[in-house]
Design a protein around this ligand. Structure first.
Ligand code: MRU
Length: 378
């Protein structure tokens, strides 16, 4: 029985092997355990993980069992709830609560949804008089954030759909070719995705689409997760090596680019998975629209210069040194470079606002500039 039947009347549910899933949920009959889909194993294996402590939530975010900005936010809110469950009423309660937030915030630096969610839980739980009140408020806040992010993605789909429809009409119903980078699909959120939400809706409404999926080295979120989603949802798609997009754009094989974002500054600079900036440059050179789809929880309202201020995560060199794949019925790692060569592994880059054709949010589509972004709040 779907939890939100009214969504499904107008929007396909996100399925794995025909069964509807969210990326995170409270365990049935065990409200002290959070369950997640372990994204390290997809598309090869489907397993869930139980999170029982704030340390579990920290590990799940840091080691990318869950990933993608909106999902990181929701996982952090539930992580705070688990943290509250682990506290004892003491004189230092306020300090201990602050420490929970600082600890979880240190898991990953770039996606601002992490801080947004932690601050939200801290603010709401402040009203609780006793520890048990605070625990209850933390759970309610996490549950509500999860529902909000589902609805945000659904609305991003509704708001982004006309952009695809317009190109389809201009092409007289011929296939609209959309390029996307990394995974900004439902696996990066709770349901529907950000960049993928307009794509899923267009497909559902019978518009002919085809998605170019950047493989997204080093962790291959495109090849592993976006391609998995597209396959599961029956969307025509093709995986391409990261360096292919520019050529396809020159050849007229890309009609639009839609990506997600991990943090967008208030002036419209868009941080997203490393490699996004190069796609934006190529799109600009070829006069192809480049859209960033994101909920308002991804906007850093206090930051005016994303290029210089957004913290860029650097990850372990092994992510570049080794490639993971499926061999002999198990996930296997192979080294793809000399053992002793140094590696630099930046996780994200920032696309300057001037290369972003528009931002697609739950509150509407706007130009990537401070004034128009500010107006989204209203
Ligand atoms: O390192 P990841 O996998 O967490 O990075 C995810 C991305 O860069 C996504 O494109 C972005 O979070 C948008 S998610 C809807």
């Amino acid at each position: 029985m779907p939890i939100f039947p009214y969504f499904y009347q107008k929007f396909t549910s996100m399925n794995i092997n025909g069964k509807h899933y969210h990326t995170i949920w409270l365990k049935k009959n065990d409200p002290k355990t959070i369950q997640i889909i372990d994204q390290r194993l997809l598309p090869f294996e489907f397993k869930t993980q139980d999170l029982k402590t704030i340390q579990d939530a920290y590990t799940a975010i840091k080691e990318m069992w869950v990933r993608g900005a909106p999902l990181i936010g929701v996982a952090a809110a539930y992580g705070m709830y688990l943290g509250f469950l682990g506290l004892n009423d003491s004189e230092n309660l306020n300090q201990e609560i602050k420490d929970l937030g600082l600890f979880l915030e240190s898991s990953r630096p770039t996606a601002v949804n992490l801080k947004f969610a932690i601050d939200l839980v801290l603010e709401k739980t402040n009203a609780g008089k006793s520890l048990s009140d605070k625990i209850q408020i933390a759970l309610e806040t996490a549950n509500q954030l999860k529902l909000d992010e589902i609805e945000n993605c659904r609305l991003i789909g509704e708001n982004g759909f006309p952009l695809i429809e317009k190109i389809s009409k201009a092409k007289k119903g011929d296939t609209v070719n959309i390029l996307t980078h990394c995974n900004a699909g439902w696996l990066a959120c709770v349901d529907y995705g950000t960049a993928t939400a307009p794509i899923y809706l267009a497909h559902e409404k019978g518009i002919k689409i085809h998605v170019w999926v950047d493989e997204t080295r080093p962790r291959n979120q495109g090849a592993r997760l976006t391609a998995f989603e597209m396959d599961q949802q029956g969307i025509p798609h093709t995986v391409i090596a990261d360096n292919t997009g520019g050529l396809l754009m020159q050849k007229g094989m890309v009609d639009m680019v839609i990506v997600g974002s991990d943090r967008t500054s208030s002036n419209g600079d868009v941080a997203n998975k490393i490699g996004t900036y190069l796609k934006a440059l190529a799109a600009h050179d070829n006069k192809i629209p480049f859209y960033a789809a994101l909920p308002l929880s991804t906007i850093d309202w206090n930051m005016n210069d994303g290029i210089n201020e957004i913290p860029i995560e650097q990850r372990d060199e092994d992510e570049v040194k080794y490639v993971e794949g499926w061999n002999n019925n198990q996930i296997t790692k192979v080294r793809v470079m000399p053992e002793n060569s140094p590696v630099l592994n930046y996780g994200f880059d920032v696309t300057p606002a001037k290369y972003v054709s528009a931002i697609i949010t739950e509150n509407g589509v706007c130009n990537a500039n401070k004034e128009d972004i500010e107006n989204l709040k209203k």
